[in-house]
Design a protein around this ligand. Structure first.
Ligand code: TGC
Ligand code: FAD
Length: 388
């Protein structure tokens, strides 16, 4: 029996260093996450999230592709491989890492003052401080330009008022990067979460991404000093620039969820007997496994291609959209097909499949929905923006 990665020789496309990154992240996931994550999902929590975040920091995956300030300075491809292995365990764990490194840390690293970087980045790289990224609002999701959160001047201070919604890591964060309207356009603010007027109630009743903290951010007259604003960017291109980073990680990550479900389906099909034969011996089952493997293989090749382009400095935003749209959509399809192979066991948390399938419903929506990425690609192809 050929392992799914060996069919097209995917591992041979990686350097020894890249393979080593994948192996070390997989080892941590196998020891610290896989045995427990089904239970976390059932509870709707990541118990001892601070401990886990420190372990991820010690492994070097927080802000892994950033240079300096305690960050590991690895390549984009290595970062992508780490995301794949994390999401092979759970999309919620990859989210924790994506939001920390690609959104909150990246915003500080790219747009922050030297003082802001020194204050937060080393602690965040080590996992001693957790960050979140507040862009979405109750009435502004796909269209962040319509955000209502406002920052106004009071002397030299800033006063922030507004609400953010669906914010990963919100209730456990030490620092929130909050995007707000100012007289000068959209600006980013570095908000220590112990600032009076800031609160982050947990969002409950999720049936997806349950091993992840998702919160509302409430900003009621939050007073910040003048130097709380990210000085190096103005306008929506600030948050959208961060999204490119996190979306890139998802291009890889989604294939991790797909791999786990595909491998679970192959293993189950080999062991489950009906009509006197393993269900793997039926042509209809083989068709499913082969189609899943084809899409998985193509998805990893696409992720690797985009990773190489990112490392070469030539990755364009619409190429990230192409990868995010394709790989999340196909990963979800792979997980749904795997679920059918497992029959009734496919709906049980005793197996990883339904958890990954439900998680990917969130991944399909966050970081730009299927429709938004379709419109980005439509605009690239035709020159017409069809968002409004
Ligand atoms: P538009 O007029 O097109 O652009 C405004 C300015 O931004 C620039 N820009 C970009 N810059 C960098 N990267 C990109 N991908 C960019 N896309 C646009 C653009 O050049 C322009 O710059 P300038 O200098 O001319 O001002 O903006 P629009 O209002 O028409 O919106 C375009 C659209 C719809 C594509 C954008 O709003 C969008 O991507 N919407 C989706 C929102 C989204 O993805 N939200 C995600 C929130 S964070 C999250 O979900 C985290 S989940 C994480 C986890 O748990 O893993
Ligand atoms: P809407 O924008 O209201 O969209 C609803 C539907 O309408 C979608 O199908 C959409 O594609 C479609 N639609 C909208 N406009 C158009 C159009 N012009 N043409 C065609 N179709 C259209 N956000 C953050 O800022 N930080 C986070 O950390 C974060 N974490 C998240 C974690 C989870 C678990 C989830 C579920 C979401 C998270 N989000 C976060 C929010 C996420 O980015 C938004 O949910 C997403 O951008 C979509 O916004 P919305 O939910 O308001 O949907």
């Amino acid at each position: 029996m050929t392992p799914v990665n060996d069919l097209a020789g995917l591992n041979e496309l990686l350097t020894p260093e890249e393979r080593a990154v994948g192996a070390s992240v997989r080892q941590l996931c196998a020891e610290r996450i896989d045995p427990y994550v089904g239970e976390w999902f059932e509870q709707g929590d990541i118990p001892r999230i601070r401990e886990l975040t420190k372990e991820l920091g010690a492994l070097g995956v927080l802000g892994m592709h950033l240079e300096g300030y305690g960050c590991a300075g690895m390549s984009a491809t290595e970062y992508g491989i780490a995301c794949l292995e994390l999401e092979a365990s759970d999309s919620g764990v990859r989210s924790l890492v994506s939001v920390q490194g690609s959104l909150a840390m990246f915003a500080l690293w790219r747009y922050g003052s030297e003082e802001q970087k020194q204050r937060w980045l080393p602690a965040m790289a080590a996992g001693d401080a957790i960050g979140c990224f507040g862009l979405t609002e109750p009435d502004a999701g796909s269209d962040p330009a319509s955000m209502r959160t406002k920052a106004r001047r009071d002397g030299t201070d800033w006063i922030l008022d507004g609400r953010k919604m669906w914010i990963t890591n919100g209730s456990v964060a030490d620092v929130a990067i909050v995007w707000a309207q100012t007289e000068d356009g959209v600006r980013g603010f570095v908000v220590p979460t112990d600032t009076p007027g800031f609160s982050a109630p947990l969002i409950k009743h999720k049936l997806s991404l349950r091993a992840s903290i998702t919160s509302e951010l409430v900003l009621d007259g939050v007073r910040l000093p003048a130097d709380a604003m990210l000085p190096e960017v103005r306008g929506l291109k600030g948050p959208l620039g961060c999204l490119n980073e996190a979306r890139y990680g998802i291009v890889w990550g989604a294939m991790g969820a797909a791999r786990t479900c595909l491998e679970a389906a192959i293993e189950y099909a080999g062991q489950r007997t009906q009509f006197g034969r393993p269900i793997a011996a039926f042509q209809l089952t083989q068709q499913k496994l082969v189609d899943m493997t084809l899409e998985y293989t193509k998805g990893v090749l696409l992720a690797l291609h985009l990773g190489r382009r990112k490392d070469a400095g030539s990755l364009r935003p619409e190429q990230v959209s192409l990868g995010k749209l394709n790989n999340v959509r196909e990963a979800l399809d792979i997980c749904r097909t795997a679920r059918t192979v497992l029959g009734a066991n496919g709906i049980s948390l005793e197996f990883p499949v339904i958890r990954h399938m439900n998680n990917l419903e969130s991944v399909l929506t966050y970081e730009g929905t299927v429709e938004m990425h379709t419109l980005v690609l439509g605009q690239a192809l035709t020159g017409h923006a069809a968002f409004r």
